[in-house]
Each structure stands twice: as C-alpha cells, then as structure tokens.
Design a binder for this molecule. Structure first.
Ligand SMILES: [Zn+2]
Ligand SMILES: [Zn+2]
Length: 286
C-alpha cells in the first residue's frame, strides 16, 4: 500500500463589493473563482503575491454576472491570457455585452464557455461540482476536490439570499467552508441606505447575514460526519459589518466555539488572504 496526500489550496485575492477573486490550486492545476477585481494591475499584483503566474491559470469559474464578480478588468485579463471563462448563460451574456460596450469587439471565440449549476467537471487536477445559489441573478456555488478524490472537499458560495435544506448537502463533510456573512442585522437596520436597498440585501434573493450564516453552518456542522477544519466568512459589507462583528455573530448563532471546533476567520475585503490548505491522506494500492 502506498500513502498519497491529496491536497487542495484556496486563497482569496479580494472579497466583497469592491471585488471578488480567489485562487484554487491542486497538483499542477491553478484556477480562479470569480474575476471581479477592478484593474488589471491589481489582478497581476495580487496573483504575484500568491506566486501565481497568469499563464498557469487553466480556467476562471464565475459565480454570477454582478460586476464585483466579473469586472471588465477580469474579463480583459482572461481574454488576453487565453483563460477560459466558465459561467452560466446569463453571466456569459453579461460578459459579451461588457466587452462589446467597452471595446466594440466580441470576446475571442472559445473564451466564454457554459457551465450550469448541477454539473461536475474535471479541470486538470481539480474536480469541480457546481450548485444553484439563490440570488437576484443566476448564481452558482462550487464544491472543489482534487481530481479522482472525494476528499479533501472545499465548498465556496457567496451572494446567498437564503439558506435552505437544498444547500446543506453541498456543505456537509467539507474540510473547508467559504461562505458569505454579509451584514450585521443591527447595523443594516440603522443604515443610512434607502429602505428598498436594505430590503433587497435582506431578501431571499439578496445577501446572507451573519446570524443566518452562523445558524446554517451550525446545522451543517452537526449533520456532518466529517467536521470542517476551517470556516472563512466572505463578502463582508463595508457599511453593515466588521470582521469582529461577523465572528461574534457567527459564534453565537452557530453555537460553535473556535478554535475548538474549527479555525474561523474573515476574508480581507481588499487584499490577499492567507492560503488555506486542506490535505487528506489516502491509501492507494500500488
Ligand atoms: Zn451578487
Ligand atoms: Zn457580490
């Protein structure tokens, strides 16, 4: 019997309304989740900070078509580097519209590729399963694994309007979870923003608050046979949240203490986060 290590790493390059992007690596494959940073300079600088050479990137998976997840800079970067952009038809239509509006040209043939929720594909050494996420435009979350392995499993989803039972299976037994924790209820209630905007954020097709994120992961944790070692809270609002608030709300709503249960942190809004590596030992017959 040979023992082999299956490893997958996840690192955010920005998280929130000012731009979302993350790097996923396993084996010799590197992919991006979202491409919403505001400038090519920022994209290149943050990739360099992670030691990622743009030509290494095999694909960019786009969760949805909002501009904080697919910005023109990200679209142009992928087109220039020949990186396939994978997303739902609605997302790809937005990308085409953005390219035509900005440059008067269509994206290069083959750059935009359809990826629907409920699909499992393998990109090099990374296995990707997509799932439906409720939001006000067609949105997907991602389950990531080293190719050919069930574990380690990493689940990532942001811009979640509601957490129903239909989402639980995608998060259960994950080794690392990256989930939206957008707002503190009290801060949102007293926000200077208009009523309509606040209702949109709180609606079933808006964003996930700290308490809902905590309750949901509390349920996931209790139902899971394998417990996560890492939970990272993503897409924190600049106006209606703080990292300390998100952690505090999450802990009280989930009923889980950290670091006893898992390592809990928030993804930096405007900068590169720590590299989260999950490793699972597998025994393989030689
Ligand atoms: Zn969105
Ligand atoms: Zn967003």
């Amino acid at each position: 019997m040979n023992t082999v290590n299956a490893e997958l790493s996840f690192r955010t390059l920005g998280s929130g309304s000012c731009g979302n992007m993350a790097v996923v690596r396993s084996g010799s494959t590197t992919i991006l989740i979202d491409a919403g940073l505001g400038s090519q300079r920022l994209i290149r600088e943050r990739l360099a900070e992670c030691g990622v050479e743009p030509l290494q990137i095999r694909a960019a998976l786009i969760s949805h078509g909002h501009c904080d997840h697919l910005a023109f800079a990200g679209l142009k970067f992928c087109c220039d580097m020949g990186i396939p952009i994978l997303g739902q038809i609605d997302t790809l239509n937005k990308a085409t519209e953005m390219m035509v509006n900005k440059t008067g040209r269509l994206p290069d043939h083959g750059v935009l590729q359809v990826l629907a929720p409920g699909t499992r594909i393998v990109i090099g050494d990374i296995d990707v399963t997509t799932f439906f996420v409720p939001h006000d435009v067609p949105t997907m979350g991602f389950v990531l694994r080293p190719a050919g392995m069930e574990f380690p499993k990493v689940t990532v989803a942001t811009d979640i309007g509601r957490t129903g039972d239909d989402l639980i299976g995608h998060f259960m037994d994950a080794d690392a979870i990256f989930i939206e924790s957008n707002y503190n209820e009290n801060m949102l209630r007293h926000s200077a923003r208009g009523l309509r905007d606040r209702h949109r954020v709180q609606s079933a097709t808006g964003h996930l608050g700290n308490i809902d994120a905590g309750r949901f992961i509390g349920r996931v944790y209790n139902l899971s046979a394998r417990k996560p070692s890492v939970v990272t809270l993503m897409h924190l609002s600049d106006d209606h949240n703080t990292p300390a608030c998100a952690i505090e709300d999450f802990k009280s709503a989930s009923g889980l203490s950290h670091p006893e249960c898992f390592c809990l942190s928030t993804a930096p809004r405007n900068g590169v986060g720590p590299e989260i590596r999950v490793v699972r030992e597998h025994c393989r017959k030689s």
